[in-house]
Design a protein. Structure first.
Length: 586
């Protein structure tokens, strides 16, 4: 917004001769100070969005600079009440402005009153009344001193907080007096009140229209928007666009949003290509979180995606508190469409998760909290977040797998292998084959969970089918050793073969051993020799001794005593005491 702010807060007329005379005697420096005060109040009202009007950040910075240059010193310190994301913080503004308020400066006291109300909203019930009363007292002091903006806020507190004991009609009367004296926001407050009705006030379309028109004539965009809302059903698209578009240009972000949604939802066709997107972007510039998200979707999902622009708008939406924007930002990071990480975009992951907008955000945040590498470790909270993501067999398998590990190892929670087994089962059901292995290992361990070799065999078989060679070998071991199941060597051969084909040395060793024993009752020394040879290639120490025996004796092929001595010697040197006796004694 480049044009000067409209003056919609003309001060109430002073009825006492003494105050009127005092105003006539103001010095030029005092007049300059009054101008600085009005500029500062304009800027503070926009900064903390008191009357539905916003500015771009650059324009607002200029507004504070103008007040500062005119001599309002507190306006020079804007940076001191902005947080790390550049958002205004009323508590910090209170700290900056309290000395000026204590010195009797009315604008500072009004902002301090807003801050006290904000504190009251978050305070315990026992403390709430104290902060509200403190704000109301400050407003009254300066209202009685003739400061119209304070009168507006004093009337508002009397009406909004019944525990103050004021008759609502007294608050309405104060608004009426302020409105009649040229206070646009008070006219707007009355227009809203008569539109919706409230304490001591019945809805009245006529009174609502009267006050809205007066507020609009005083230059208050929200009042103009109320008038438009009551009349726009019969307007054509040209008038609709001119009215709401003009209010949007004046910084009334709700009008930008309403007009954009009118076109976006197809209620009216947009008058020109790009008008809808332009309105979303303008509303976003004015701080409308949802508009930032919609602007981002235009660039992220359009016919010609622009990931950089989409990410910028999603980030803005997220910073303004829209969880949908945070979720979209997280999705772009996880899809590697833009740069980012849990460390660099932690607020986005946090809000998207907390508002239940993104299960992946919760999962990634949980992993980071458990690992404690990119962000401070908090395993207990990580576990809680994983429970949001892993709720049943249809859940994110990796989250369920991690939750199984949390309970198996007691990370941020008491160790419970039975619960761990459940989460591994859910993850395995979604083809997270490492979880199949983990559950199989739990079931054969007989530690903290009832042993079940049949179910463990099922788990290892799924892992084997999923390409995990160790799963094939462990499935083969179960039906080979037959501790709690029936021994089925053909089945064991099949598992061992699949594991050996995947270059698992232990599977090849098992295959050689059962072939040497005889799968169908007759030893297959040739097959055993081939399997042991592969096991040796893949690093099995036991296979060297077993192959040495077959080579020395010529079982399954020609004798090769030289290699037999070499293999038994290598096995001996690497810790196999049986091989140290030599191949002739194996």
């Amino acid at each position: 917004m480049t044009a000067p702010a409209k003056d919609y807060r003309s001060h109430m007329l002073t009825t006492t001769i003494s105050l009127f005379a005092a105003q006539l005697l103001l010095t030029p420096s005092a007049l300059a100070q009054g101008e600085a005060r009005d500029l500062a109040l304009d800027a503070f009202e926009v900064e903390f969005f008191r009357h539905g009007v916003a500015m771009s950040d650059s324009d607002l910075s200029k507004a504070f600079s103008a007040a500062c240059e005119k001599g309002y010193s507190a306006a020079c310190n804007r940076v001191s009440w902005l947080d790390e994301q550049g958002r205004p913080d009323l508590q910090e503004a209170l700290n900056v402005l309290l000395p000026s308020c204590d010195a009797g400066e009315p604008v500072a006291c009004v902002v301090v009153g807003w801050a006290n109300e904000a504190i009251a909203a978050k305070a315990r019930e026992a403390d709430r009344d104290r902060y509200v009363k403190r704000a109301a007292r400050g407003y009254k002091v300066h209202c009685d001193g003739g400061f119209a903006a304070a009168c507006h806020d004093y009337a508002r507190t009397l009406y909004d907080y019944p525990f103050l004991g004021a008759d609502p009609r007294a608050a309405v009367k104060r608004w009426q007096d302020a409105c009649n004296a040229g206070m646009g926001p008070s006219c707007t407050a009355l227009a809203k009140l008569y539109t919706e009705g409230g304490r001591g006030v019945k809805p009245s379309a006529r009174d609502a229209a009267t006050y809205a028109e007066k507020g609009c004539s005083l230059g208050h965009p929200t009042a103009c928007a109320i008038t438009a809302e009551a009349q726009s059903s019969s307007w054509d698209v040209a008038k609709l666009d001119a009215t709401y578009g003009g209010l949007c240009d004046d910084g009334h972000r709700s009008s930008c949003w309403k007009l954009a949604r009118t076109y976006f939802d197809g209620i009216h066709p947009e008058p020109a290509s790009g008008r809808t997107q332009g309105l979303f972007e303008r509303a976003c510039e004015l701080g409308h979180a949802r508009a930032c998200f919609e602007a981002g979707r235009h660039y992220g999902d359009g016919a010609r995606p622009d990931d950089a622009k989409a990410a910028d708008y999603y980030l803005r939406a997220c910073e303004l508190g829209a969880a949908s924007g945070c979720s979209a930002q997280v999705d772009m990071i996880l899809a590697e469409r833009v740069e980012g990480s849990i460390k660099s975009a932690l607020p986005a992951f946090e809000l998207a998760c907390e508002e239940r907008e993104s299960a992946p955000a919760c999962a990634m945040l949980a992993y980071a909290l458990i690992e404690g590498v990119d962000i401070p470790r908090n395993a207990e909270r990580g576990k809680e977040l994983l429970h949001r993501v892993c709720r049943d067999e249809s859940s994110d398998p990796r989250a369920c797998a991690t939750l199984g590990k949390v309970y198996e190892e007691g990370i941020g929670v008491d160790r419970d292998r039975t619960v761990a087994s459940k989460f591994y089962r859910w993850s395995c059901a979604r083809d997270e084959f490492d979880s199949c292995m983990s559950r199989g290992d739990l079931l054969v361990s007989d530690v903290g969970v009832r042993r079940d070799d049949h179910e463990a065999l099922n788990m290892y078989q799924r892992a084997c089918e999923g390409g995990i060679a160790a799963g094939c070998r462990k499935a083969g071991d179960i039906v080979d050793t037959a501790t709690y199941v029936k021994r089925v060597l053909p089945m064991a051969e099949d598992f061992y073969t699949r594991g050996c084909d995947a270059k698992d040395a232990a599977s090849c060793l098992g295959l050689g051993r059962i072939r040497e024993e005889g799968i169908e009752g007759t030893p297959d020394m040739t097959g055993a020799r081939e399997a042991y040879d592969l096991a040796v290639q893949y690093g099995s120490l036991d296979a060297k001794r077993r192959l040495a025996k077959l080579l020395w004796n010529g079982y399954g092929g020609r004798k090769d005593k030289k290699r037999a001595r070499q293999l038994s010697g290598e096995a001996c040197q690497n810790g196999d005491p049986v091989a140290c006796r030599g191949p002739q004694f194996l």
